[in-house]
Write a protein that binds this ligand. Structure first.
Ligand SMILES: Cc1cc2nc3c(=O)[nH]c(=O)nc-3n(C[C@H](O)[C@H](O)[C@H](O)COP(=O)(O)OP(=O)(O)OC[C@H]3O[C@@H](n4cnc5c(N)ncnc54)[C@H](O)[C@@H]3O)c2cc1C
Length: 299
């Protein structure tokens, strides 16, 4: 039995309910204005009862402290279940243990274990810390050994950019689950096929942990262009055709982009996904609109 002493349950408990749920991802704010914006978003989302909210882990020292502080504050000052991300970048195992200890001390019971990318150039050479870890499965094991955590990992519907092929990418994902991961969250994508295929292939590989789709609301031309660039997901030609005609009209673009995002979410829900994980960029409006439109808000 997992520790639910925070009284709010783990991510796996929160997504194992008889209706589809949603969750949201934030990044640690850089300054006071960013912090105010983040907390406005959190307070707007709170009454909709997301299954959990997560805070990403950055490359630098001060940003990392802010992840710990923000996640801890969500755990203590709100009714939400919080999840902290953790990466292996530039950390020795001893430092990783300290961060995991800080999470535990702050009452955080859910951790997303990702390897992270080299600071500066995400596609640059990955050099592990001399006393650190090389891959996310090792981080999963370390977190597991360090306490009673519910652990998630990253999944890539179109394969991780460094993976030579889809088969080895799947093997690495399965290895993370075998190392002790309880669930996975996918990189963003713009059409459902790759995600659904990955879900089927995980099941065929005997891996039955929940896989949550990562959803980026298409509110601007930039989100349409940058998302696939960063994630490696294809940019479907029909979607580009549908949205780019509004390139010079941000209001019309947003309306059409949100329509397309809602259609993607509808297809995923019809295929039985347990929850949708929204990349919010620390704003709440698009997520609130989608959650209400899809009927995912707590009744
Ligand atoms: C939902 C989600 C949240 C994220 N949050 C953050 C965040 O908070 N902070 C951040 O910096 N980044 C974050 N990322 C990005 C992530 O750190 C990068 O995508 C990173 O490049 C891969 O991380 P991973 O955990 O999948 O790595 P891994 O699973 O370690 O995989 C990295 C690469 O190595 C390969 N590989 C794995 N194991 C082995 C092995 N034993 N031998 C050889 N090759 C192997 C994999 O196939 C893959 O190509 C997130 C990504 C997602 C999808």
């Amino acid at each position: 039995m997992k520790d639910t002493s925070s009284g709010r349950g783990t991510v796996t408990e929160r997504i194992s309910v008889d209706r589809p749920v949603f969750s949201v991802e934030f990044f640690p704010p850089k300054d006071a204005a960013g912090e105010a914006e983040l907390w406005r978003a959190i307070r707007r989302l709170e009454p909709l009862d997301p299954a959990f909210v997560s805070v990403t882990y950055g490359a630098g020292g001060s940003s990392r402290d802010r992840t710990i502080r923000t996640t801890a504050r969500i755990a203590t000052d709100t009714t939400l279940v919080s999840m902290a991300h953790l990466t292996a970048v530039s950390h020795s195992v001893a430092e990783l243990r300290r961060v995991i200890g800080a999470y535990a001390a702050a009452g955080i019971r859910n951790v997303l274990a990702v390897r992270g990318d080299p600071p500066g150039d995400p596609l640059g050479e990955w050099v592990p810390h001399p006393e650190g870890l090389a891959y996310a499965d090792e981080l999963v094991r370390l977190i597991r050994r360090s306490g009673n955590f519910c652990v998630g990992v990253a999944a890539f519907p179109y394969g991780h950019p460094r993976s030579p092929d889809a088969e080895s990418d799947l093997r690495r994902l399965v290895a993370k689950v075998r190392a002790g991961a309880d669930f996975a969250i996918s990189q963003l994508f713009l059409e459902p096929e790759g995600f659904l295929r990955l879900r089927d292939r995980m099941v065929e590989a005997g891996c039955d942990v929940p896989l949550l789709p990562g959803i980026m609301p298409l509110t601007t031309l930039r989100t349409l262009r940058r998302g696939p660039e960063l994630s490696g997901a294809p940019l479907p030609a029909d979607l580009v055709k549908r949205l780019e005609r509004f390139a010079d009209d941000p209001v019309a673009f947003r309306a059409a982009g949100m329509e397309a995002t809602a259609e993607l979410c509808d297809k995923l829900l019809a295929e039985g996904v347990r929850g949708l994980h929204f990349y919010t960029l620390n704003r709440s409006t698009a997520t609130v609109e989608l959650v209400q439109r899809l009927g995912l808000a707590a009744r």
